[in-house]
Structures are given as C-alpha cells and as structure tokens.
Design a protein around this ligand. Structure first.
Ligand SMILES: Cc1ncc(COP(=O)(O)O)c(C=O)c1O
Length: 375
C-alpha cells in the first residue's frame, strides 16, 4: 500500500475525533429518526429523514475521506448506479456499458432507461477504448469487471471520453477505494456497492456515489431526496462500523488471494484462471500501473457444472453464495446468474480466514473433484 493510502487508513477511525464534546461516545451513535426538532423557518439542520440523517453524515464522511471526494450514500449498489444515471441523463442520450460487467447494470439500461429514450451500446472491458466515444453522453466501466476480471485503462478511457464531451462513470465495487481510486485517474463519477468489502460482513446492502464535480453531487443528492432512494440509518451505522476495519480485511483478503491464485495455477482441475496479480494474466501490467492491490476475486473454470458445484459445496471453508467481499470465503458458478460464461466457471471471493488453512481446504476440495493432487 502506498504511503498516502496508509495515512488515509490511519486517519479513518479518528475522523469524528475533532467533533467530540466531553462525554460523547467514541463509537458512532445510531440516530433512528424520521423527524427532528425543527421549530420556525430556519434551515441548515436536520428536518426530515428523507433529507438528511447524522448517521448518513458519518458514513459519508468516511467514504469521502477514502475517495477524496464528496460522497452520497444509497441503500444498495444498484441504487447508487441508478442515481448516477437518473441524475445526469436525459431523453436522447446514448451511453456505453461493459458487455462483461455486472449484468444488472445492463438490465437497468434495457428495462428502464431505453423506454425513456436513453439508448445504450455495450463493449468488452479489455477493448473498451476501441471504437472511440463519439456520440455518447456517458461511458461506464467496471474494472476489474465482475466476473471475468478483465480491466481497462481508466486514465486512457477518461481522456478519450472527455475529448468528446462525455463523462466517465467507474463502478469500483471489485476494488474499494483502498485498491483503486478512479477519480484520481480522471473518472467523473465513482459508483460502488458497499454491500461487498466495505461493509464486509454480508449483512447489509449499501452503495455510494462519489464525484469531485459539485453539480453532479448536487444532482445525485437531489435525486436521492426526491426519489426517496435513501439508506436506512441502521444500515449506515453498520457500514460505518465495517469501514473501520476495511483496511485490515482488504489487506488480508488481497494477500491471501495472491497466494491462492499462484497455487491454483498448478492444479490440473483448473483452466482459464484469471487473477490480475498473476504475472501471466492479460490484466497484469495495467493492474500494476493503476491498482494499489490486485483484489480478492479469482475466477477459473472447472470441467463441468457438477465438478464446480462439488468443488464449492465440499470445501469446508467456503460458502456457496452469490455476492463477494465478505469475511467468509465464498464462491458461485456464475452461469447460474446469467453471465456469459461456461457451466463450470467459478468466481471465488477470498475471505479473511488464515491463508494456509484456507488453501488446505481449497486444495482438498479440488483434489476431491479431480481425483489427484497437483498436476
Ligand atoms: C460490480 C457490481 N456493481 C454493483 C453491484 C450491485 O450492488 P447491490 O447488490 O448492492 O445493489 C454488484 C452486485 O453484485 C456488483 O457486483
């Protein structure tokens, strides 16, 4: 981790310090309130739970510290993505999405933007620059893309997108601000599902939009207030608590993923292994240039649906579950969710278990489906 990322991590649990009065609780108090004491006409303080909440303020303060940009919190990653789209797009706009990113973003465009006159095209992440950006109002990338883990050059895409007058949105869910900060590479908007590693305990959905453009933040905040797409205070409180340990969890998860990916390379049951941290991976050089860490997601193929199911279900330290970024290692066959992958394609999210124990469990399960040890 760079020195600046380390100092960001160190300051994170102390952000509230300067605002504490004698006797205040050090942990964040949870404010469950739909209404606040608001006599007279004065403004500038909390009035109603759809407009503001002190627990949102605290979690947004943490996210803003990590992104180095104002952030607006939402009740899920998709709510954050929807807010970015609805706040900046209008009828007649054309947008560009990744063909290999999270499928629900394309579903949002197909089912809800298209009927409003906002059209879209798709392009693979690894060749996102090819074809240019003429005619687009907005380009949206996810890097590394979920689940294939291809990446694109954020700075190069931002430069090309800006030349045409369009804006670049980056879904940073797979990396978190500790792994990559797209705004530093020229992106206009970051969206993220804090449901994943930022909360980290798989018990909450949450999301945020970050931008250094004041007009965009005002539009996104306005969207939240008017649409009512607001996070619950308790969910915000849990994410605040999760963020306090994100640095430690993310560090463990990425370090373990590096070890496990390297060992998976030698296993004969595995093909099509993808991890940006592996020297031979097509994403590696670019990953080294723009990412702080290589992440905690690994993808690979097993010979069939049955082998993949057996591998996941028989691994003692793995949960068969969708989503990723939790403390528990989990895995899923992504064909189940409609991704354009083979029946044996597995996305593995490396959790916080001690790495040697985790590797033993993974190796035992892999050996069980292949009937032999390392090939
Ligand atoms: C890359 C990516 N973006 C956005 C989302 C949506 O997040 P949420 O489920 O919190 O709406 C997901 C969910 O898996 C995701 O993987």
């Amino acid at each position: 981790m760079s020195e600046t990322a380390k100092s960001r991590a160190a300051a994170l649990p102390h952000l509230r310090r300067s605002g504490l009065a004698m006797g205040d609780s050090i942990p964040l108090p949870l404010t469950m309130a739909a209404i606040f004491h608001a006599p007279g006409d004065a403004t500038g303080f909390n009035q109603y739970g759809r407009f503001s909440n002190p627990t949102w303020d605290a979690v947004e303060h943490m996210l803003a510290h990590l992104e180095d940009a104002p952030c607006v919190a939402f009740p899920s990653g998709m709510a954050a993505i929807s807010a970015a789209f609805f706040a900046v797009l209008k009828a007649g706009d054309r947008i560009l999405l990744p063909s290999d990113g999270y499928h629900t973003t394309r579903a949002l465009a197909e089912r809800f933007l298209k009927p409003l006159g906002i059209t879209y095209d798709v392009r693979p992440t690894s060749t996102f620059l090819d074809g240019g950006f003429d005619g687009y109002r907005l380009a949206f990338v996810e890097t590394p893309a979920n689940p294939g883990l291809d990446i694109c050059d954020i700075a190069a895409v931002a430069g090309a997108v800006h030349k045409t007058g369009a804006i670049l949105v980056v879904d940073n869910t797979t990396m978190t601000p500790f792994g990559q900060r797209p705004l530093d590479h020229g992106a206009d908007i970051v969206v993220a599902a804090d449901t994943k590693a930022p909360n980290g305990h798989s018990d909450v959905l949450f999301g945020h939009v970050a931008s250094r453009n004041a007009d965009i933040i005002a539009a996104v905040t306005g969207w939240r207030e008017v649409s009512g797409s607001i996070p619950g205070p308790f969910e915000a409180w849990l994410v605040h608590r999760g963020l306090e340990t994100l640095d430690v969890r993310f560090d463990r998860m990425c370090s373990s993923a590096e070890v496990i990916a390297r060992r998976l390379q030698g296993h004969k049951a595995i093909s099509g292994l993808r991890y940006p941290g592996l020297e031979g991976d097509p994403s590696h050089n670019l990953a080294r240039a723009q990412m702080e860490r290589f992440g905690f997601l690994i993808s690979f193929e097993l010979a069939s649906e049955d082998k993949a199911e057996d591998f996941i279900n028989n691994c003692a330290l793995m949960q068969a579950a969708t989503s990723f970024g939790g403390v528990h290692t989990s895995a899923e066959r992504r064909l189940k969710r409609g991704d354009a992958v083979s029946a044996g394609f597995v996305r593995l999210s490396v959790g916080c278990e001690p790495v040697e124990e985790l590797w033993k469990a993974i190796e035992t399960s892999l050996d069980g489906i292949s009937g032999s040890r390392l090939g």
